[in-house]
Design a protein around this ligand. Structure first.
Ligand code: C5P
Length: 289
């Protein structure tokens, strides 16, 4: 059996830098992959089948509506694979929550079936195939801290991160990504300034200074549509020892950074006690995927 992890994708920054004629937004985003996400297993089988379990599996499609099934069917047909696969997805990440859970599952499927079916595809080829199915999938195939540009297909080399703790908090409200992008009203064909890229953040101070000078341009439209996001950001701002906080992706998950994983865990306990309905997930920042 082959096991693949699908760690959450967290956008520490997300600047919209332009918009293509087809409506897709160009962006510049520093992305990290804290541990502890979904898990997928792959076993040989005659048929191609997906089963799901886990805290966020309720209502998840196991048909061709699921990207995992779409990608598996594409790989099987494109590469003339005669066998199938039993794929099991343990869904630990909240759905439609700005941390790329579906994209991470899709990326893990590319990695897992590449091994199970012995396709011999390199990581860049898997990223290219992933881009056919979603803008966030290439970065999830790579699954290490890096910058993403274009609509998500241009990835930098791995960025060195300091050893901080990170806490992800979701108030239990799902957010439709296209709706948040549409609220931006960014003119088609416009291209703005592209922020600088950095290859390493050697210490906490340099990372926090960089983050403070940048934005998540989707945060204001998301907060205006989903008021719970403002509550989460308030709680993270008031959390002991929090160094920095912001929303990830198109929301509603927000993150805060802490001096260590242990301190993030202590903060998680306090927030969970006060908000038992929220999803609260402490992790290490610099763990590659
Ligand atoms: O790639 P994904 O399917 O997650 O994107 C969902 C929607 O978000 C797209 O259909 C598009 O409306 C919007 N989007 C965008 N620019 C991007 C990524 C997504 O406008 N770079």
């Amino acid at each position: 059996m082959i096991i693949e992890q699908a760690p959450p994708k967290v956008n520490l920054t997300l600047d919209i830098t332009g918009r293509r004629e087809d409506g897709y937004h160009l962006l510049h985003s520093l992305v990290v992959f804290p541990g502890g996400g979904d898990e997928l297993s792959f076993e040989p089988s005659k048929k191609l089948e997906l089963t799901v379990s886990g805290p966020f599996s309720a209502g998840l499609p196991t048909s061709a509506d699921n990207l995992v099934v779409q990608i598996a069917a594409y790989l099987r047909s494109y590469f003339h694979v005669t066998s199938g696969a039993n794929i099991h997805l343990t869904k630990n990440l909240p759905v439609a929550s700005g941390i790329g859970g579906g994209s991470a599952d899709a990326a893990a499927t590319l990695r897992g079936l590449n091994k199970l079916w012995d396709l011999g595809l390199g990581r860049e080829r898997l990223q290219e195939i992933g881009a056919l199915f979603g803008a966030d999938i290439p970065v999830c195939v790579k699954s290490v801290p890096c910058f993403m540009e274009g609509v998500g297909e241009k990835l930098s080399d791995q960025v060195v991160m300091p050893g901080l703790g990170i806490l992800l908090v979701n108030p239990g409200v799902s957010v439709a990504t296209p709706l948040i992008f549409s609220k931006l009203n960014y003119p088609k064909g416009e291209v703005g300034d592209v922020p600088e890229k950095v290859s390493r953040f050697g210490d906490t101070g340099s990372l926090i200074a960089y983050l403070k000078a940048r934005f998540n341009d989707l945060q204001s439209p998301a907060v205006s549509l989903v008021s719970e996001i403002a509550n989460v950001l308030d709680v993270l701002e008031g959390s002991d020892s929090s160094l920095f906080h912001r929303m990830s992706g198109s929301g509603a998950t927000c993150f805060a950074l802490y001096p260590s994983y242990e301190i993030a865990t202590t903060a998680a306990s306090a927030i969970s006690s006060a908000h038992p309905d929220w999803w609260v997930h402490p992790a290490s920042l610099n763990r590659g995927g």
